[in-house]
Design a protein around this ligand. Structure first.
Ligand code: HMG
Ligand code: MG
Length: 297
């Protein structure tokens, strides 16, 4: 049975977009439940400016409460050297740098052009490698941008290749605002796969237009075997107006089980985690599966 990995991004991509401040205890209980459900990589926070994303301000406290030397990886976002300093201080073993294929989105999200951001990442990468950290890369707006509209697949391929050449072990391709359809995702992957091997790519699909599952199916066909997803479909992006949450982890796990892939995930426990965090946030889960199986899953 082939393995497909789900990178759980709910505690970061999901919670970064919550309007109410999410207490540390709620974050830690969510992460505990996700690890218990079999997720082997859980993005736990972001060492970004608390003025830009207040929800991630307690990321050091989150990391300090986790078993960072165990079997589960807890990557955190790092935009610059200052973020790396804080991540190292908190004991991070894996970080993710995040760039974009759209100039306008790059400016709105990290206050830098694409070229400037890649320069910052080079410095972060050099230091991270010296500290033996694993570094993942993100490219946002791989299909469309909230400010620029459609994005050229060749630009996505170029930024992806730069991040891989820099030393990222994997690059996650983000349909940040969920505008992709299988046809546009196919076109984008076609360009990226001309230079990057499928084994070093991941898919990161937001579900704004309900296309994420179809897009994942398309990416599976293209040989991608790692997908980011967010329990209960939590989230969005604070710098991409109208973006809804990531595709729900439990819906992806259900798809993968049905397609005959091994994920190592206990669906019953994952659905229970979805209900638990949704109750804590006072809203219903956005996934289909949580409703189909109900609270008693
Ligand atoms: P800036 O304002 O240009 O930063 O922001 P600066 O270097 O000019 O510094 C200004 C202030 O920020 C200073 O503080 C710095 O100390 C502080 P002050 O002197 O004014 O008190 N600062 C920091 N504080 C904490 N941590 C840091 C840090 N760096 C500077 N690392 C910056 C530049 C990158 C910091 C800012 O734009 C930022 O934090 N952006 C983060 C935005 C973000 O987190 N977006 C969401 C994540 S990306 C995403 O969701 C997409 C993804 O899911 C994939 C997809 O869906 O496509 C990954
Ligand atoms: Mg995202």
């Amino acid at each position: 049975m082939q393995h497909v990995k789900i990178v759980e991004v709910g505690p970061r991509d999901g919670l970064q977009n919550e309007k109410q401040l999410v207490p540390l205890a709620v974050k830690l209980e969510l992460i505990r439940r996700l690890a218990d459900a079999g997720l082997s990589a859980i993005e736990a926070g972001a060492f970004v400016s608390p003025k830009w994303v207040p929800q991630m301000a307690d990321s050091a406290e989150v990391l300090k409460a986790l078993d960072l030397g165990g079997a589960v990886a807890y990557p955190v976002l790092v935009p610059n050297d200052q973020g790396l300093d804080a991540a190292l201080e908190a004991g991070a073993r894996e970080i993710a740098v995040f760039g974009a294929a759209s100039e306008s989105f790059s400016r709105k999200n990290i206050n830098a052009s694409i070229a400037e951001s890649l320069q910052r990442f080079e410095s972060v990468m050099r230091r991270a490698q010296a500290e033996k950290l694993r570094v993942r890369g993100y490219v946002s707006c791989v299909v469309g941008c909230p400010y620029e509209g459609p994005i050229a697949p060749a630009k996505v391929a170029e930024v992806t290749q730069t991040l891989l050449d820099m030393g990222c072990y994997e690059v996650s391709l983000g349909d940040t605002i969920g505008v992709g359809t299988p046809a546009s995702v196919h076109q984008m992957l076609d360009a990226v796969l001309k230079t990057a091997p499928a084994a070093r790519l991941a898919g990161h699909f937001h579900d704004t237009y309900g296309m994420a599952i179809a897009n994942i199916r398309e990416a599976l066909n293209a040989g991608i075997r790692v997908f980011d997803a967010s329990v209960a479909g939590l989230g969005g992006c604070p710098y991409a107006k109208g973006a809804s949450g990531n595709v729900a982890s439990e819906d992806v796990a259900y798809l993968l089980r049905g397609e005959g892939y091994h994920t190592g995930i206990d669906l019953t426990k994952l659905v229970a985690a979805a209900w638990h965090v949704s109750d804590a946030l006072g809203k219903p889960p956005a996934s289909k599966l949580a409703h189909a199986l109900g609270r008693q899953a």
